[in-house]
Every structure is written in structure tokens, then in C-alpha cells.
Design a protein around this ligand. Structure first.
Ligand code: SF4
Ligand code: SF4
Length: 147
């Protein structure tokens, strides 16, 4: 991955009748953005919602977001994100066994559990398994800026 590449977790809302349009493939093909679809509820003649992680340079993000807007697709950042209460975490490591993205990982040699929010897919698995309830969900209610 190039140095200025970053990632964002996004929710795409497709209007009725557009749920089967190949916009996500076009983001990759035309705008050099790579993606990881985490969840999709898409019905051909109804509204569709897709949660995906998108990777690319800020410039390509901007162009890709403009393309989605032009296609009538609403883009939101995920409405919730995961945080960790550092005062409560005991670095027991339990969460690293369930985290599917590597957002929670043991750093060596100190064996501390580090949390990288950029990698988090908000699957919430860590919230359920954390013995002292250090991992928590909180709302993020900011729409992406208009492009
Ligand atoms: S399970 Fe909870 S207490 Fe244990 S390392 Fe993960 S966040 Fe910290
Ligand atoms: S919500 Fe899921 S991806 Fe995010 S840190 Fe927890 S287990 Fe990992």
C-alpha cells in the first residue's frame, strides 16, 4: 500500500432500482480505490445498503465520492465506532482472539494489546468478550463533506 493511502469505513445507500449498479467495481476500476465489503443488503428493485471499507489516496477518495454522488448514492461514515477505555483494559489479550481485522493485536516484547481504530470494521465481537468491558461502542454521526 502506498504511503499516503488511507482507509475509511463507509455506508453506501443505493436508491430504489439502483441497488444492482456496478458502482463499487467502478470505484476500483476508474478511481483506483480498493474495497472490502463487510455487509450488503441489496434488493434489485428496493433500496440497498452496503457497508464497506475503502482504501485509496485522498485525491482518489475525493474523485470516487464525487462519482457516487453523481450516481445518486448516499455515502455516510459508519454511525458507530469502537473505542477502548485505556483505564480499564488489563491487556489480557482475549479480544485479539476474536478480532477479524487485526485492529486488536499483541505488541511484543511488552505484550501490550494495541488497538488500531483504522483497521476496525465495527463487528463488535470484542465488546462481547472483553472481561472488564473496556471496549465500547459510541455513535459517529458525521456525514462525509459535500463534494
Ligand atoms: S479483552 Fe478487554 S481487557 Fe482484555 S486486552 Fe482486550 S480490551 Fe483489554
Ligand atoms: S469491533 Fe471487531 S474489528 Fe473492531 S476491534 Fe473489535 S473485534 Fe476488532
Amino acid at each position: 500500500m502506498v504511503k499516503d493511502t488511507y482507509s475509511k469505513m463507509l455506508i453506501l445507500r443505493f436508491p430504489k432500482g439502483r441497488a444492482d449498479s456496478p458502482v463499487v467495481c467502478n470505484l476500483a476500476r476508474e478511481y483506483d480505490l480498493t474495497f472490502n465489503i463487510l455487509n450488503a443488503t441489496i434488493y434489485p428493485r428496493k433500496e440497498g445498503v452496503m457497508v464497506l471499507q475503502l482504501f485509496g489516496t485522498p485525491q482518489n477518495f475525493e474523485r470516487g465520492m464525487a462519482y457516487l454522488k453523481q450516481e445518486g448514492i448516499k455515502v455516510q461514515k459508519t454511525e458507530e465506532e469502537i473505542g477502548r477505555n485505556e483505564d480499564v483494559c488489563t491487556h489480557c489479550g482475549t479480544c485479539t482472539a476474536v478480532c477479524p481485522t487485526g485492529a486488536l493485536a499483541v505488541s511484543r516484547p511488552d505484550m501490550h494489546v494495541v488497538f488500531d481504530q483504522e483497521k476496525c470494521s465495527v463487528c463488535k465481537l470484542c465488546v462481547r468478550v472483553c472481561p472488564p468491558r473496556a471496549m465500547n461502542l459510541h455513535p459517529v454521526d458525521d456525514l462525509l463533506p459535500e463534494v
